[in-house]
Write a protein that binds this ligand. Structure first.
Ligand code: ATP
Ligand code: MG
Length: 478
């Protein structure tokens, strides 16, 4: 069995030595130091099961040292030693998180008993933590469905980052579950009992966003008839979820960067600096690196946010999850709509597995809701009930008839000319919105952007070369 480790922090040589001998004799592993700083160094290196700290130390008070230790090891169990055991002091120490108090001079059996109790408490606390972890796992699996290897990687990452305070950038196409991941991280973090405050940077007009984030003082601008607390302040102690971060105006990005670095800000129209303790989670369905190239997003903010990236793969890349998700949503809507639907036939499921899912899980969820609502009788959802759009989207007849000229063609030129036509039409129909154009073509947005970039390079090369004639674009010169 592992021995319990105890650290004694006591400047009185006699007391320190006596305790050492006593506790070692009782079978504990004991280290002892005469002041706070070495105790902190030791704590950083390895945890102890119990800390026994003198209230009066040469460099600072024992309470300060205890607080510093708890900052490093929040689970540390600390006991305070003092020759001046006043009620006032003991209340102060307890408030600062001391488990118990030992008055000097002490009796051997009293000390041994208190140490035993404290260690037992520590053991229970750790056990309770693993119990909580089981509850957390349950939370995770109840809310997030999917057992593909891609999703397991996401779960693992969530698990690893939840306990920390690190800033996380959640990336994924629309409807992949960015918000649900943000919630899962918050509710599995030590901040779970504090608020999770979301803000959708894309949904709030630019002139209001600053006051939404940082609050404002009365009279700060026309219409500011009273002061207002911003979301940073509301999230104090908890988590702020900056959704659609790519939509944040560049002017506000500078201010956000400052809060992230210093955790302080001023309200709009205010002069006092406000300090907050907030963990940041950010989400985007845009390629931020591209936004940086387009000068819509600051590089320094990107690096500050992207401390730990979590990428949620699109549904088409984890088709193994579709049957589970279908069951999950049928269950959800069956209960909600009070319909006795047993499930989906294999044939219908196969159609869903073959679809491209540009709207990801949200699109699947909406489809299942619709199917459940529309179903007249009980039983299984059948292939005939799946909307045509899903069935035929991949199989529509190829609308282009190509006739190979006698003397052949330059294959790559023909293909890229055709590709360009498709891209142009999709962009025109989507009014230039790349996301929508990509969806029309059932293509990744990043692929579309890559293609456009490549085209820009080719066009500019072509413009430079005077020799380029359109005649040569399609047909070989021979
Ligand atoms: N793994 C999952 N298991 C079960 N339901 C999920 C899962 N992922 C997402 N959902 C559900 O799909 C819907 C969309 O998820 P969410 O809102 O988190 O996506 P999003 O990535 O934030 O989308 P958008 O980019 O459009 O804001 C929600 O109803 C959510 O509950
Ligand atoms: Mg979202």
């Amino acid at each position: 069995m592992n021995k319990s480790r105890i650290l004694i922090v006591e400047d009185d040589d006699g007391v320190r030595e006596t305790l050492m001998v006593l506790l070692k004799g009782a079978g504990y592993e004991v280290e002892a130091v005469a002041d706070g700083p070495p105790a902190i160094e030791l704590t950083k290196a390895t945890p102890f099961h119990l800390y026994m700290i003198d209230l009066r130390l040469p460099s600072s008070s024992g309470i300060d040292i205890m607080e510093a230790i708890k900052k490093i090891r929040s689970e540390a169990v600390c006991m305070v030693l003092t020759a001046y055991a006043t009620i006032e002091l003991s209340v102060k120490a307890m408030k600062a998180g001391a488990f118990d108090f030992i008055a000097k001079p002490f009796q051997i059996d009293v000390v041994l008993n208190l140490v035993k109790n404290a260690l037992e408490f520590n053991r229970l606390k750790l056990e309770n933590r693993s119990l909580q972890k089981m509850v957390r796992d349950k939370y995770r699996f109840e809310n997030m469905v999917g057992s593909s290897s891609e999703m397991n990687q996401v779960y693992e990452l969530i698990e690893r980052v939840s306990d920390s305070d690190s800033t996380i950038l959640i990336q994924g196409e629309s409807g992949t579950g960015k918000e649900i991941v943000a919630k899962t991280i918050h509710y599995n973090s030590p901040r779970r009992d504090k608020p999770l405050i979301p803000i959708n940077c894309g949904a709030i007009p630019e002139n209001l966003l600053e006051s939404e984030l940082f609050g404002h003082e009365k009279g700060a601008f026309t219409g500011a008839t009273s002061s207002r607390t911003g979301r940073f302040e509301l999230a104090h102690g908890g988590t702020l979820f900056l959704d659609e971060i790519s939509e944040m105006p560049i002017s506000l990005q500078v201010k956000l960067l400052r809060v992230l670095q210093e955790q302080t800000f001023e309200r709009v129209g205010g002069v006092n600096s406000i300090h907050v303790d907030v963990r940041i989670l950010a989400a985007t369905n845009q390629d931020l690196e591209e936004a940086i190239v387009d000068k819509r997003f600051r590089t320094d903010l990107y690096y500050r946010l992207n401390v730990i990236p979590i990428h949620i793969p699109p549904l088409r890349k984890r088709k193994d999850d579709i049957p589970l998700l279908v069951d999950h949503f049928i269950g959800k809507f069956r209960a909600k709509k009070n319909k006795n639907i047993k499930g989906m036939t294999d044939e219908a499921l196969k159609l869903l597995m073959n679809y491209y899912w540009p709207g990801n899980i949200r699109e699947l969820e909406n489809l299942i809701e619709r199917l459940v609502v529309l179903k007249r009788e009980e039983g299984y959802i059948e292939a005939g009930e799946i909307p045509e759009k899903l069935v035929f989207s991949r199989r529509r007849a190829f609308p282009f008839q190509f006739d190979l000229p006698e003397d052949g063609v330059v294959f790559s030129n023909v293909v890229s000319a055709f590709e360009n036509q498709i891209l142009d039409q999709a962009l025109a129909r989507a009014k230039g919105v790349k996301n929508q154009a990509a969806q029309l073509l059932q293509m990744n947005r990043t692929t579309l952007v890559e293609k456009l970039k490549k085209r820009r390079v080719i066009t500019s090369m072509a413009e430079k070369s005077e020799a380029t004639a359109t005649r040569d674009q399609f047909y070989r010169d021979e």
